[in-house]
Ligand binder design. Structure first.
Ligand SMILES: NC(=O)C1=CN([C@@H]2O[C@H](COP(=O)(O)OP(=O)(O)OC[C@H]3O[C@@H](n4cnc5c(N)ncnc54)[C@H](OP(=O)(O)O)[C@@H]3O)[C@@H](O)[C@H]2O)C=CC1
Ligand SMILES: CC[C@](O)(C(C)=O)C(=O)O
Ligand SMILES: [Mg+2]
Ligand SMILES: [Mg+2]
Length: 489
């Protein structure tokens, strides 16, 4: 049963709005609360392996409980754990002595995994998630004596590790399930767990299972994965129709997202748009406005379906139907012209990605702003909406840079992959007429103007509207905290 839908509106609103940016002083105890405790991670995939590596490097005692078949068949999860020198065992071997069990298996498996793990857990232990779908959307009931917490990195697993190795971390949401905090120390455990992953160095939001689930689903379906997939397919196809060299088009799209969104990472939408020439900025701004008009209702539909539980109901139907939609969409994505293309060996300078990728900058601006606006309209707090849109976009773009859409969809969770396909299957046809009007001046070849003259008044008005968008205001503040914390290390 959908837990969120069982709550009175008053509690729904209070939980959705729960979001407090924690002070770094609150992490002064680091991992102490978990030192000497037995931590067992169930599953050794994208999050499981990388969180475990970080936590072990932070001095914690980590082992992996895998299903017996995975051990017997020496599956990838077994290789991940044992080749990295971790102790690996079955649930029966490891769960009964665990103080903290991290359930880092795919969301689809959570009910089955928790039903197997829970009876083995010792009295008073703690169960942790990195995404609250099982609790919020499936209403999983956890034994009364167990504490239930969430530590959700706002980032793919691979980057959780990379940032830690750089001496930093990734922004993280932590929460305690209000139904399961029997000893009143859930928050202390979650803080120590977040410190173990390095998340406290980048910024931690004390939030709720509900706010995490509703915002995470929205971010991944729309800007983070859905818009990047949609934009990749459309931009590549249009360049081919317009006679742009296929190798160039492939490279521009594959690497353009990460290069252009690097501008977002450093200085938000303002900086990304400032990297364009003045005439290109005005063009990108008006393309973004058109994209927002066209895609706005689709963003709202995704948010509404996530809030009502319709999205999770339909996805769970697919789970029960052997993932037929997920697998069909995955195969179709592999067959798209962009995915089958090969990037050319030509050099494309950083500036050229901006100059010839004006439409990609417009997709990023439209997608980030729409995701932020739609989430905050639905009651998600601005800080959380910022992490789920602008902050995480460059991290996902890096995955496309590595191995196109395949890599992105492999590294993200199955839940995110399903939502990404759902969005892009609706968005690609929706943007068909818009794409017919765009030419190589905005994607592929650049404006190629003789001079960069613009009207001052128009430029000032556009600059002001970009800089004063609420995501830019909260973004400037959050990025300043991150810089401050980085220096403190
Ligand atoms: N992917 C990401 O970057 C992010 C994920 N999350 C959340 O983290 C959690 C883990 O996701 P993710 O890391 O993507 O998961 P993965 O798909 O990478 O997890 C694979 C692991 O789960 C195990 N597993 C699969 N099915 C079962 C099962 N039925 N019983 C027991 N173990 C099973 C696999 O073992 P085996 O070898 O036995 O198949 C493998 O070890 C999810 O809640 C997700 O929403 C949160 C933020 C980002
Ligand atoms: C963006 C997708 C994600 O939510 C994530 C990497 O944060 C996921 O579920 O994989
Ligand atoms: Mg996420
Ligand atoms: Mg997710």
């Amino acid at each position: 049963m959908n837990y969120f839908n069982t709550l009175p509106l008053r509690v729904q609103l209070q939980q959705l709005g729960k979001c407090r940016f924690m002070d770094s002083a609150e992490f002064a105890d680091g991992v102490n609360k978990l030192l000497g405790k037995k931590i067992v991670i169930v599953g050794c995939g994208a999050q499981g392996l990388n969180q475990g590596l970080n936590m072990r490097d932070s001095g914690l005692d980590i082992s992996y409980a895998l299903r017996a078949e995975a051990i017997a068949e020496k599956r990838q999860s077994w290789k991940n754990a044992s080749e990295n020198g971790f102790n690996v065992g079955t649930y029966e071997d490891l769960i009964p002595t665990a103080d903290l069990v991290l359930n880092l298996t795919p969301d689809k498996q959570h009910t089955a995994v928790v039903k197997q793990v829970m009876p083995l857990m010792k009295q008073g232990a703690c169960l942790a998630y990195s995404h609250g779908f099982n609790i919020v959307e499936e209403g999983m009931q956890i034994r009364d004596d167990l504490t239930v917490i969430m530590v959700a990195p706002k980032c793919p697993g691979s980057e959780v590790r990379e940032e830690y190795k750089r001496g930093f971390g990734v922004p993280t949401l932590i929460a305690v399930h209000p139904e399961n905090d029997p000893n009143g120390d859930g928050l202390e455990i979650a803080k120590a767990y977040a410190a173990g992953t390095g998340g406290h160095r980048a910024g931690v939001l004390e939030s709720s299972f509900i706010a995490e689930v509703k915002s995470d689903l929205m971010g991944e379906q729309t800007i983070l994965c859905g818009v990047l997939q949609t934009g990749s397919i459309l931009c590549y196809n249009r360049m081919i129709e317009k006679g742009v060299d296929a190798g160039y088009a492939s490279k521009l799209v594959q690497h353009g997202w990460e290069v252009i969104s690097e501008g977002l990472k450093h200085g938000g939408i303002t900086n990304m748009m400032d990297r364009l020439s003045n005439p290109a900025k005005l063009v990108a701004n008006s393309l973004a406005a058109e994209l927002k008009d066209i895609m706005g209702p689709l963003f709202q539909k995704h948010m509404d379906d996530i809030m009502s539980g319709e999205f999770s109901r339909v996805m769970m139907e697919d789970w029960a139907n052997d993932d037929i939609n997920l697998l069909t969409w995955r195969e179709q994505t592999g067959e798209t012209a962009f995915e089958k293309s090969t990037a050319g060996s030509m050099d494309i300078s950083e500036q050229e990605y901006y100059d010839n990728g004006i439409l990609m900058a417009a997709f990023l601006k439209a997608g980030v702003e729409l995701a932020f606006e739609t989430m905050t309209d639905a009651g998600i707090i601005e800080e959380s909406a910022y992490y789920e849109s602008l902050h995480e976009t460059p991290l996902i773009a890096n995955l496309i840079g590595r191995k196109k859409l395949y890599e992105m969809n492999k590294v993200i969770s199955d839940t995110a992959e399903y939502g990404c396909y759902l969005f892009s299957h609706a968005a690609v046809p929706l943007l068909e007429d818009f794409m017919q009007k765009v030419d190589t001046d905005v994607i592929g070849k650049g404006l190629q103007l003789q001079d960069n003259n613009v009207d001052n008044a128009e430029l000032i008005a556009v600059n002001q509207s970009i800089r004063n968008h609420p995501i830019e205001i909260v973004g400037r503040r959050l990025r300043s905290y991150m810089t401050a914390m980085k220096k403190a290390i």
